[in-house]
Design a protein around this ligand. Structure first.
Ligand code: ADP
Ligand code: MG
Length: 505
């Protein structure tokens, strides 16, 4: 899958009910917190984990007469995200009030964009396996404010509210109902998160709630979805339920699976699925009704009179487009093309932009794509995982690892010695080239020295020599002995060749 133009779409997931087979239809509304130091309409800080109610400007607390002022940087981040999803950027967009009451929403409304979102149609290519991917259409991205947090479990008689999050900028990224199974839904969120992190427009931290998804699920008979795609007529699809606020890939999958089976049981029993908003309970592994579905008119949306429509210039969009980083699909294709990596290795290395940058830095020193990839993926990632460390915390710098790769490539050290050297650099630090000299780790390529070592082992083991002459497979034992006597520093290929030659004499 070098260019994402040629891939095969995965088959939709089929769930067998008691009476027939069913397919799933899933659409996601992902809320991604914009990476920005200040909120969408105030200068208050967005720092996570601050003292409750310390990051609250008067406008966030909805003090009378306070007016919102749009944060240009947040708009830029939304535009950048739209460009990253190959989406249409709307030069004209506008903010609307979505009215509802909740204690963590002091304004009594959320400022959002219903009628004129800043970003229109785009797409995400969701990789399922090499050569297998699903194109999921993005319907829109709009900017809106986050709400605060109500805390009900700190005191038996009182509830608390923390407004630090109130007014923080969110991008709501709405997909078309193009996702056809739980694994695809998780892969979609994963790919979206990866792109956002590459763009630097959202940190993708799901644990902190900076990326969370509302998951819409319906079931239909095989064939119905194709009719929907052909006609655009939603009546071919089943009634959907929306599972709110999911911030774990594992729970997203479990919730979809549960929800589909629940709907199948209802329909096969002759009942009807009610369109409603549901919550997933991870302890029980089930979804339960939260409220019946509200429609746009329930919120009495109207244009926010405090804010002018947002008009941006094409020139500004072009400037942002000129500073776009290389994105995961492009980087992966380049790694395969330029460095001869397998698609699998390229996917692992580009999964996170930090990994990809590290690998490329190793490569500039080590000068061998495949060898560098092996060392980063197998040795370094393995070692970091053991210590529960991130790539940015790696005790071995890309330059150090690049030098180790370079030493192997030049034949100065064997792969086995390289592992010892890596461990020394990892735990003690130091310059790999100097260490190899100081500690006498250089591979012996001097044929005279190797021959002497081979002769010594042969002379000391006459009985083994007789056996090996009958059974050439035993030659490996001699190679092992020579490697041992030379402290692993002899060139294994040379040893092997000499052992075979001597045993044949
Ligand atoms: P609302 O804002 O009322 O939730 P939207 O039209 O914005 O409604 O749709 C929300 C999400 O639901 C979108 O991601 C859309 O793709 C998805 N969706 C719509 N119809 C279905 C369906 N029948 N099954 C599954 N998902 C659906
Ligand atoms: Mg919705």
């Amino acid at each position: 899958m070098l260019d994402h133009l040629s891939f095969e779409a995965p088959k939709p997931k089929i769930i067998s009910g008691a009476k027939s087979d069913w397919e799933l239809v899933i659409g996601l509304e992902v809320h991604a917190q914009v990476s920005s130091n200040a909120k969408l309409f105030s200068g208050a800080s967005t720092t996570f984990g601050a003292e409750p109610n310390s990051n609250v400007a008067f406008v966030d607390a909805a003090m009378p007469g306070m007016l919102p002022v749009i944060n240009e940087y947040c708009v830029e981040q939304a535009v950048r995200t739209g460009l990253g999803l190959k989406a249409e950027i709307n030069l004209f967009s506008a903010f609307d009030r979505k009215n509802y009451f909740y204690p963590d929403l002091p304004q009594g409304y959320q400022i959002s964009q219903l009628y004129h979102p800043i970003v229109g149609e785009g797409e995400i290519i969701v990789d399922m396996a090499p050569g297998v991917a699903r194109r999921v259409r993005v319907e829109r991205i709009h900017l809106e404010q986050d709400a605060g947090k109500s805390i009900h479990d700190m005191d038996p008689t009182m509830s608390f509210v923390d407004l630090n999050r109130t007014g923080v900028a969110l991008m709501e990224i709405v997909s078309r109902p193009d996702i056809r199974g739980p694994e695809e839904a998780a892969a979609y969120v994963g790919k979206l998160r990866q792109i956002l992190r590459y763009l630097g427009t959202c940190d993708g931290n799901m644990q902190n709630g900076n990326l969370r998804a509302d998951v819409n699920v319906s079931i239909c008979q095989p064939g119905a979805y194709e009719k929907f795609v052909e006609t655009g007529d939603f009546s071919h699809l089943g009634t959907r339920c929306e599972i709110k606020n999911m911030n774990s890939m594992r729970f997203i999958q479990a919730a979809i699976e549960y929800e589909a089976r629940r709907q199948i049981a209802i329909v096969e029993d002759g009942g009807k699925v009610d369109q409603e908003t549901r919550l997933y309970d991870p302890d029980k592994g089930e979804t339960r009704s939260m409220r019946s579905k509200e429609e746009a008119h329930d919120y009495r949306y109207f244009p926010c009179p405090d804010l002018l429509p947002l008009e941006i210039e094409q020139g500004w969009v072009d400037d942002i487009a000129a500073t776009m980083p290389e994105l995961p699909d492009g980087k992966k294709a380049r790694f395969v093309r330029e460095f001869g990596l397998s698609e699998y290795d390229a996917s692992v290395l580009t999964a996170d932009v930090g990994n990809a940058d590290y690998f490329e830095a190793v490569l500039t020193v080590g000068n061998d794509g495949k060898l560098s990839a092996n060392w980063v993926i197998n040795e370094l990632f393995g070692r970091l995982k053991k210590d529960d460390k991130d790539i940015l915390e790696s005790p071995v710098s890309p330059e150090q690892l690049g030098k180790i790769v370079g030493l192997i490539k030049k034949g100065d050290i064997s792969g086995k010695i390289a592992k010892d050297l890596f461990e020394i650099v990892y735990t003690e630090g130091g310059d790999p080239e100097a260490l190899v000299e100081e500690r006498g780790m250089k591979q012996v390529t001097d044929m005279g020295a190797i021959e002497a070592a081979v002769d010594a082992v042969i002379a000391a083991n006459p009985a083994q020599v007789e056996k090996a002459k009958q059974n050439p497979k035993l030659a490996g034992w001699f190679v092992g002995q020579v490697m041992k006597s030379t402290g692993g520093k002899a060139n294994p290929a040379a040893v092997n060749e000499l052992v075979l030659k001597k045993l044949a004499q």
